[in-house]
Structures are given as structure tokens and as C-alpha cells.
Design a protein around this ligand. Sequence first.
Ligand code: ASP
Length: 347
Amino acid sequence: MKDKISRRNFLKHSAGIGLGASFLGKFPYIITGRKKTYFQGPIIINSHGRRGGAEANKVGWEILSSGGSALDAVEKATNVVETNPEDTSVGYGGLPNYEGVVELDASVVDGKSYNMGAVGALRNIKTPCSVARLVMERTDHIFLVGEGALRFAKMHGFKEYNLLTEKARKIWLRWKEHLNDNDDYFPPADDDYGLKRPTGTINVLAIDKNGDIAGITSTSGLAFKVPGRVGDSPIIGAGLYVDNNVGAAGATGRGEEVIKVCGSFLVVENMRNGMSPQKACEDVCHRIINNYGGPQNVKFNDKFIAINKNGEIGCAAIRGRKERPPTVAVRDANGERTYKGKYIIEV
Ligand code: ASP
């Protein structure tokens, strides 16, 4: 046992400790190489700017404001959204795969220890981010998927639930009935649901009183996906990235595109190289658009949110209506507010 613990500590806790946090408080932290900026105190942000993000932040802020860790704050804040049956993009109540089965993806990064955990295609568990945290803390691995992830969760006492709520089942059924004109399923005569595939995921990023940063991304993934499909959310560097000395970023939207550019990693690297969080997010959207040869070829959407070590925020999405900008829910000592980001392609 002793050997095991020292092995775990050696393997999982030796990399990142202490580099950033001890400099904070009064010491100026240089982000750009030119501009000196100062740590502003604890803060929590999430990507659900218009969809219950404030309720999640409230729970996270209670932890941060009483001296708790960024890691605890992002986990408990994410659990609020994961267990909310009304949210059809995350956790319990999330939209199912093609066959009507809910499969969840989640990842966590603890900037302080530079440890990470993730689960993919996890069925029957309401709070995948908490399972991801246990993968990080209680195994020597980073990523568990499918049946193995479920067994691991049950081993840790998580209860199994049917995650498909009536609301999500009906949305899935309508989609299925509209899918193919040549099969024998009919939508109700008055139905106008059509072939909509709603998107959504939550990214939660926080900085605690010590200046340590943590992040979580949790999702039910692309609605009606091929069973077994894993998106960007549980892939560290794609749907989430944290570097305790620089900042954190998370992505939502079409995961395949985010994976291709290592999106969240790239946002953090942009900040490391001197960009503001806002510019860093915009730049990655541009990168995706350019990879397709320009806006005329881009029919999907992706959104990035970011925070740097000083608590400055960024948010950009590929496309949307200017009058309804992409948003971030923000909570710090000044209260709850909404940060408005930018679309690269305004429609
Ligand atoms: N990024 C998620 C995925 O591709 C879906 C979303 O955010 O809408 O799984």
C-alpha cells in the first residue's frame, strides 16, 4: 500500500506542483511579456451563459469564496447541470445516441497537480465529471470508456439510472420519425420538429484563492450520434485544457472540428504566446474556418471560452446572429454577470 501510494504520488503528482500558485497574490504575473497584470482573486466561469450557468456558478462560488479549491468548485458546479433533467445537452436528460441510449463524455484537469481524467461513452451515470475526477485521482490512467468506465463508476459506488428522460425520448423519437421518408415511422400529423439536432455541452473553468486553475467539460455529445462515438469533450486538449501558469479553455459545438485543431490546447498556447483570452478564442475559430477554405464552406458551429491566470475572459464562436452574441456566465467577488463574446461569421 505504501509503495502504491508513493508510486501514485510519483507518477501523478510530480509534474506541475507549485510553479504558478506561489507567485500569486501580490506578485505581478507577466502574461504578455510586455504587460504586467495582477491576480484578481477567485473566479468561476462557464459556457452556459444563457442556460442556467448562474445556478452552476453559484454552487462553485460558495466553494471558492469559502477558500475551497478550483477543482472542487468546477466539479460541484458541473454536477448542478449534469443532474438537471431539463438540460438536454449534459448528464441526466441529455439527448441520446441514434438508438435512443444516452452516452456521456466528460473530462477534468487539475492545473495545480497537472493531473487529468476523462470518461467517454459512459452510460447510466448522472455525473460523468465526478467519475472523470476519480479516474484522475484513483487510477494510474487518464481516460476510461464505455463498459470499463461504467464498471469503474459502480466500483466507486455510483448508482445506475436510466438517463433518458421523457423530454429527451420525445425529441429523439421525433427526429427518428422524420429521418427517412422511405421507412415506416410517421411523425404526428401536426409535428413541426423536423430534423433539428440541438447542440450543447458545458465547460466550467475556475481559479481559486491560491491562483490554481481547474476545468471540466461535460456533455451528452452530439445528439443522435453513432453509438460509441466520442467527441471533443473528454479529449484533453480538444474539449478542455488547463495550464496552471497560463490559463484554461473549453470548447462546445461540433466536436470533430475541435479535435482536428486540438482546439482548447491551441487557445491556451495562444495565451501563452501573448494573446488575450478573447483573441486566443477568435484565432482558433479562424483556424478552423481557414482549414475549410473560408466561411462559405463552414456549415457547423464551434464555441470557445477561455480565462487567463489573471481572470481575464474570452469567448468566440464560429457563426451566429450579431444581436445574440455567444456568452459566458461569470461569477467573482463582484457578483454574477454575463460576458459577451464574438462571432467570426455574423449571419
Ligand atoms: N462538443 C460536443 C461534442 O461534439 C457537442 C456540443 O457541444 O454540442 O460531443
